[in-house]
Design a binder for this molecule. Structure first.
Ligand SMILES: Nc1ncnc2c1ncn2[C@@H]1O[C@H](COP(=O)(O)OP(=O)(O)OP(=O)(O)O)[C@@H](O)[C@H]1O
Length: 206
């Protein structure tokens, strides 16, 4: 997966957030997207996902020619509350063309990888916030998502849960996904492969 932003322009009422942003992200990598509140982190993820259309310029997502189909991880990622962790981990894969038996095996493997093997049969409503986040990452891995967009994935977690969620996201990147993590948390950013910060509408490595 490779995302090329070329001369991207995007404004919200009264303000240009990006006025000629050019940058390339390429997998496999886990990239921290930093920047002050309101600098445009969530907006940039929305542009990369295709949920937002740029006012100008182009965003080219390449994965062997096919467009990106991102997996989203939010501060509190929605799961099917009354279904098990295993069912939840399978859902995205089942919506593509995966064989249900293969999806089930992959989901079990992804949960194991996320340290949740013992909770596979537990309903999502009974999991902690951090466990739910890891199920969401396992869902992305099961679906073989090439692009993982995480928007403040650890914002409401205690330090132990935060580390486990970051490890799970690292697992997605190690399996080949381009993993973008918008965060305010320097601890999380330090665990990514690369750190970029939005400064005055441009992306600066640091
Ligand atoms: N639909 C919209 N209409 C008006 N303003 C918007 C809209 N979407 C975003 N904005 C503004 O654009 C700016 C960037 O928002 P964005 O959510 O991308 O920032 P952020 O860096 O993710 O912030 P935070 O760290 O607080 O989550 C903010 O000032 C926000 O108020």
């Amino acid at each position: 997966m490779r995302i090329e932003l070329v001369d991207v322009r995007y404004s919200v009422p009264g303000r240009a957030l990006f006025s000629g942003l050019t940058h390339t992200f390429a997998a496999p990598e886990m990239i921290a997207l930093m920047g002050p509140s309101g600098s445009g982190k969530s907006t940039l993820l929305g542009l990369i996902s295709g949920q937002l259309a740029p006012d100008g310029g182009s965003i080219i997502a390449e994965d062997g020619g096919s467009p990106a189909a991102p997996a989203w991880i939010f501060q509190s990622t929605p799961l099917l509350a009354h279904r098990t962790a295993l069912d939840n981990a399978m859902t995205a894969a089942l919506m593509t063309d995966h064989d249900p038996i293969v999806a089930r095996r992959r989901a079990a493997e992804a949960l194991d990888r996320a340290g949740l093997g013992g909770l596979a049969s537990t309903r999502a409503s009974r999991l902690s916030g951090g466990e739910r986040q890891r199920v969401a990452v396992a869902r992305a891995i099961t679906a073989r998502s090439r692009l993982v967009l995480a928007d403040e994935p650890t914002a409401s977690l205690d330090p132990v849960s935060r580390e486990r969620v970051v490890d799970a996201l690292r697992g997605a990147a190690e399996l080949g996904a381009l993993t973008l993590v918008a965060t305010h948390d320097e601890w999380v950013a330090d665990r990514c492969d690369t750190k970029v910060r939005i400064e005055d509408g441009t992306l600066v490595g640091y």
